[in-house]
Ligand binder design. Sequence first.
Ligand code: SF4
Length: 228
Amino acid sequence: MSRQLVAFSDLRTAAYCPRKCYYQRRQDQDDREPPPSVESIRALSSRYADLLEADLETLAEEPFALEPAAYQRRLETTRDRLQADGQWERLCDPEVRNTLLTGRDCRGIVHKVLADPLEPVLVSTGKPPEQGVWEPQSVQAVAAAKALGWEHETPIERAWLEYPAYGVIRSITLTTRRKARYRRALRTVRGMDGPPARTSNRSKCEHCEFADECGVRTRTLRSLLGFG
Ligand code: SF4
């Protein structure tokens, strides 16, 4: 029997909230297309050299999350750190961009593939955490590394996350703990045959587009009114 290939994005969402993943998988594919702003932010990740050189006026229309001057300073810090580590050039000039990877268990798009050593890069349109990467993104990055490793029949030890709207680039190593979280998300998605329990971390529900369907908003209102 062939194995069900799980989308990287489903693993990321399942790591955030399995129930949200359930709702998302029921949506039409058309409704899951990213908005155009996503592409313009992702495109920043292929223009770092130009963005560092440009004068501030020409940067005014860029989809940065910071003022242009602050953005350039942040990106300079990122470049200096990664240059010292011998990583900057390979991140700016990857072997491959925007390619579909198919692994043993999962498949999806990676935004860059670096060579020597082989490593995947995911480009996030959002804000980075204070340190490291968000856990759902870590799960997605492990999935990407697993798929890349499967295609090339070689283990991958590291994956990268870029947050180009913020001028931040981070890497993660594939620790035992991270791989375990990835496997847990994979089991969750594969085992899903009805709506899973709601997340116990209700702060995650505040920006969830399925809050009404999930019943969280109604429940919160009932609680406020003293009926919950
Ligand atoms: S509203 Fe909360 S519990 Fe419901 S799907 Fe969204 S994140 Fe999960």
